[in-house]
Ligand binder design. Structure first.
Ligand SMILES: [Zn+2]
Length: 114
């Protein structure tokens, strides 16, 4: 269950950003690439668990899933990859470069100061 580790890292990162600021985190916007194989429900559950008692315990975790996309180095077309094989659906070439899908980042957070 790697969602627990991810949840702990999110909490740590936000704590570092907020430092000693007295703020309540209301929302966390995340971008997660599909290659990360994160189950959103599991991540939300784990985050609730690790955030308990902190300034972000009531924050809403908004997970934006980023599709796996590649670009063919042979015919220069880009496409969404649904299979574990990175093969261009247009020309069949396997010279495919990954454009997206590995993201795991906090896009933004919303806070209430006071
Ligand atoms: Zn191609």
């Amino acid at each position: 269950m790697h969602e627990l580790t991810i949840a702990e890292n999110i909490k740590k990162t936000i704590e570092e950003v907020l430092k000693d600021k007295k703020a309540v985190v209301t929302r966390i916007n995340l971008r997660v690439g599909k290659l990360r194989a994160v189950v959103p429900e599991a991540l939300i559950f784990c985050f609730k668990f690790v955030a308990e008692g902190s300034s972000m315990e009531n924050a809403e975790l908004k997970i934006q899933e980023i599709p796996v996309k590649g670009i063919c180095k042979k015919c220069d077309r880009d496409f969404v990859i649904d299979e574990p094989l990175f093969i261009c659906p247009f020309c069949g070439s396997n010279h495919v470069e990954l454009l997206s899908g590995r993201e795991l980042e906090i896009e933004s957070i919303e806070i209430e100061e006071g």
